[in-house]
Design a protein around this ligand. Structure first.
Ligand code: C2E
Ligand code: CA
Ligand code: CA
Length: 874
């Protein structure tokens, strides 16, 4: 007995086994005196000695029925049965079998009792059951967490593992049929196998009773789905018609226990259902809670992270705000923000500095608050435009800062909120005062003469031309070109400073004389334009003005010990009221008139006339024709012979002729001045020299003409050209003419303009052997002083004196003086324009022994002269 007790105790203790709570020990001890436990053979030996032996089917369905890790039967049903066995003095003989086998053995009488059998119709036919259910249970579906099943409909086309011959199988099958689901059912011999299949992917879900699932699902990495079904009542069963005493005893015991909440029944239930922790809360709820907790944790983490992020962002923002402020404050422009009430919301340091105000004095104030109504009005108008148009507005604005007024280019940009409406404007104002000044200076220089500060030619054309064109129809216009007569000489003589001073004084005089509607323009150098708008015809007021100005200009100038006179020549052109007129043309007309005034002897004014215009046109046409004629060889030379007192031809003067293709012969008096003006005189003069020298060479080869010299007229333009003497030398060399036979005729005026130059030129010519004669002598400034310095060889008494020697004592006196001058300076003297025998006689009496004139012959071509010499002398 002692042995038995110890065996039982040791068995109970072993049953507790690993993983069992210490509370089990107490229950085990409570039951130990009557429990006999052994393996199959041991039980048989003891059963006969101790009363009824009950053969109990033992299959694996933890925690209800199973063999624990110590190899001892365990579970809710086993504990209950053990307790009952104690009261009934039963010896329990556990026979391991699998579920179907157990049921078969029970049917065939190899087992007396089977625990954990759900009641079904079929089983009711096969077995007997007691009345009071031993345990309530239900079935639950389990799946892998990576393929969670939350709805029964997910079972369509899925594979579900179930315990074969279990009550769940037909129930589940009919449930699937009722839901119309196609699900493959895989039968497993026990729950571990069913769970293993799901774990290994051979099935998608498994069905087990919730007690088993709650205990073991996690070992297979499975989770409970929310699909629970078939609540069932579990019983002990016996074979049909056998062992009803067992069932009755069980019923009685269960009824007693259930009536008392402190009974061992509830202890056992509590303990087993709490081990492992009783899934009071459904698995999915735990999962949801876990998920919720996880989400909470994540949320907390997220919030922490966001806080960190916000802190970092805030730091970054304040960093970048600081940076931005530094940048905005150091930008060389005013930057500001105004709200829709035109009140400043921001102003950068530059603006504050400029205004000499603190931020607080600016913010929330309008421009009118800060600068007053008048100053603020243009800003307000620009700001309004930004809000009204919704586009950036560019405008020039001026603002007086601490000291001076500055000009700004302001760009004002609308600022939009996230809804797209404009809530403010941002202004950027750049100081452009310097640029404006520079622009103004450039503008000034483009339109004004720096010396006199008067508007210039560009101003005349850009500003006055439109005013002239668009003047009221009753207004007339007078345009005057004024040119100082001796300005160049004064400038050359006294220097540019003096000249500038004189110009300023001229401007002062002109400004004084200028009428109200007059404009004074400085064209450059010593040339001015006066534009005068007149009510009605401009003739009278303009003439009066010209008269007044010419007189005004006659007054002398006295500075720096110099007293000077500088008269002016004025050309006047008029536009009648309603006469459109073109400024360019009118100006040209006035210039023509001015030149005419110069031709008229300067120091006066001249009104432009149509004749002048025609003359101008003619001159321009002649200019063009002359160029063509030079190329077409329409020029030719005639020669007028010169004789001595014995009627002997001693030389000839070459005179140029132009046979104009339309006009016939044109007088050199007309075309030489033209050629001098347009520059053609240089190639033309060279041609004359060359042709005359060729003729000279030709004559040198003929007996009758071998002794003739050739006089060639030289124009002032030619004589002053730098290469004149070189050209003469070149022509002599080119033609082979003898220099001693060449005589160049110059006039006095071309010599005195630059006497030193003239002396040098004439000396060079003299050195080459070329003679120089002074033409038209007596008409110019003839003065002994310069005559003595010039290495001349001949004086030519002008024909006007010759014509009058017999009738005009003054002319006779001049002619006599010239002859005397010639003798005293050892120059030979020739008289030109000798037309009568009387004149020749008078000249001869006075000592002039050389003559040229119609009395001896008209200028003739070389051909005509050849004929003359071919005829026998009479
Ligand atoms: P000039 O040098 O005083 O030439 C003399 C002018 O008097 C010539 O006029 C000639 O035909 C004219 N003449 C000669 N004898 C008499 C006379 O008895 N009575 C009158 N009434 N006139 C007489 P022309 O040929 O018409 O030349 C006019 C001027 O043209 C010249 O005056 C000269 O200054 C200029 N000229 C002519 N040919 C040339 C030339 O090749 N070169 C330059 N630079 N000027 C020239
Ligand atoms: Ca001459
Ligand atoms: Ca002459």
């Amino acid at each position: 007995m002692i042995l038995n007790v110890f065996t039982c105790l040791s068995a109970r203790l072993r049953q507790i086994g690993p993983g069992r709570r210490p509370g089990d020990i107490w229950r085990s001890l409570r039951a130990f005196p009557f429990i006999f436990f052994s393996l199959h053979s041991m039980a048989e030996i003891d059963a006969s000695a101790q009363g009824q032996v009950v053969r109990v089917g033992l299959y694996e369905n933890e925690p209800k029925v199973f063999t624990n890790t110590a190899g001892v039967p365990a579970g809710i049903f086993i504990d209950l049965l053990n307790e009952i066995a104690v009261t009934q003095n039963w010896t329990l003989d556990y026979r391991p079998c699998d579920w179907s086998q157990c049921l078969n053995w029970l049917e065939t009488g190899q087992l007396d009792l089977m625990p954990d059998v759900a009641l079904t119709d079929d089983r009711q036919r096969r077995f007997d059951f007691h009345q009071q259910p031993a345990l309530n249970s239900w079935s639950q579906l389990y799946s892998r967490p990576d393929q969670p099943i939350v709805s029964i409909f997910q079972l369509n086309d899925a594979r579900v593992a179930l315990l074969q011959d279990s009550v769940q199988l037909p129930y589940f099958q009919s449930m699937l049929i009722n839901f119309g689901l196609q699900t493959e059912l895989i039968e497993a011999p026990d729950y571990p196998e069913a769970f293993r299949r799901v774990r290994d992917g051979e099935a998608d879900a498994a069905v087990s009773n919730y007690l088993y699932g709650a205990l073991h699902a996690s070992q297979y990495n499975l989770v409970a789905t929310p699909i629970a079904f078939q609540p069932s009542q579990l019983y002990f069963a016996t074979g049909k018609g056998q062992k009803s005493d067992l069932l009755a005893a069980i019923d009685q015991q269960l009824t007693n226990w259930r009536a008392n909440s402190d009974s061992v029944y509830f202890d056992i239930l509590n303990e087993w259902q709490n081990l492992p922790p009783k899934p009071l809360i459904p698995r999915w709820l735990i999962l949801s809670l876990t998920t919720a907790l996880a989400l909470l944790a994540i949320t907390v983490l997220l919030i922490t992270w966001l806080r960190h992020l916000v802190a970092a962002r805030t730091r970054a923002l304040s960093d970048s705000e600081r940076k931005l402020t530094t940048i905005l404050d150091s930008v060389g422009a005013f930057i500001y923000i105004k709200n829709r009430d035109f009140k400043y919301q921001y102003a950068n340091q530059q603006l504050l500095d400029f205004l000499g105000k603190r931020k607080e004095e600016i913010l929330d104030r309008t421009d009118s608050d800060l600068f007053g109504e008048t100053v603020a009005t243009p800003y307000l108008s620009n700001d309004r435009q930004v809000f009204a148009q919704g586009h950036p507005v560019r405008a020039e604005e001026t603002l007086k800062g601490n000291d001076e007024e500055r000009t700004f280019l302001s760009i004002k940009i609308p600022l939009h909120d996230h809804l797209g409406s404009i809530y403010a404007l941002c202004g950027i104002s750049t100081d452009i005062t310097e640029e404006k000044d520079r622009e103004a200076r450039i503008q000034y220089l483009a339109y004004y003469e720096p010396l006199t500060g008067l508007p210039n030619r560009a101003y005349l054309f850009d500003y006055l031309a439109p005013a002239i064109l668009n003047r009221p129809p009753h207004q007339g216009l007078a345009l005057m070109v004024l040119d100082l007569d001796d300005f160049k000489d004064i400038n050359d003589t006294h220097g540019h400073d003096y000249g500038d001073q004189l110009l300023i004084e001229v401007v002062r005089r002109l400004t004084n004389a200028l009428p109200d509607k007059g404009h004074l323009i400085h064209l450059g150098a010593d040339e001015f334009v006066i534009v005068m708008f007149t009510e009605g015809t401009p003739n009278d007021p303009a003439s009066a003005f010209c008269e007044q100005v010419t007189q005004y200009m006659r007054n002398g100038y006295e500075w720096r010990d110099f007293s000077n006179h500088c008269t002016a020549s004025i050309g006047l052109a008029l536009l009648e009221p309603a006469e459109a007129g073109d400024l360019g043309q009118t100006l040209k007309h006035a210039e023509v008139a001015m030149h005419q005034a110069k031709l008229n002897g300067r120091d006066g004014w001249c009104l432009f006339t149509e004749q002048m215009h025609i003359a101008l046109q003619t001159r321009l046409a002649l200019d063009a024709d002359m160029r063509n004629s030079l190329a077409d060889q329409d020029f030719f030379l005639v020669y007028q012979l010169q004789f001595d007192d014995r009627q002997q031809a001693i030389g000839a003067e070459a005179l140029l002729r132009w046979r104009h293709p339309q006009r016939g012969l044109v007088s050199p008096m007309e075309f030489i001045p033209l050629a001098e003006r347009n520059g053609l005189i240089l190639p033309l003069g060279r041609w004359v020299l060359l042709t005359a020298c060729q003729q000279l060479v030709h004559w040198a080869g003929q007996t009758e003409t071998s002794g003739l010299s050739m006089s060639v007229n030289v124009s002032a333009v030619q004589f002053r050209s730098a290469d004149f003497t070189a050209i003469v030398a070149e022509v002599l060399a080119q033609t082979g003419a003898r220099a001693e036979r060449l005589k160049l005729e110059l006039t006095e005026t071309m010599l005195i303009d630059d006497l030193d130059d003239a002396i040098r030129n004439i000396s060079e010519l003299k050195a080459m052997g070329v003679d120089v004669a002074l033409d038209d002598f007596g008409t110019g400034y003839s003065s002994l002083a310069y005559l003595k310095r010039l290495p001349l060889s001949q004086l030519k008494i002008d024909q006007t004196f010759v014509a009058d020697v017999l009738i005009d004592p003054v002319a006779a006196a001049i002619a006599r003086t010239i002859i005397g001058l010639g003798h005293s300076l050892d120059l030979n003297v020739i008289a030109e324009g000798v037309e009568t025998e009387e004149q020749r006689e008078w000249l001869k009496q006075e000592g002039c022994l050389a003559y040229q004139g119609y009395l001896f012959g008209r200028p003739e071509t070389a051909e005509q002269l050849r004929h003359r010499w071919a005829q026998p002398a009479n």
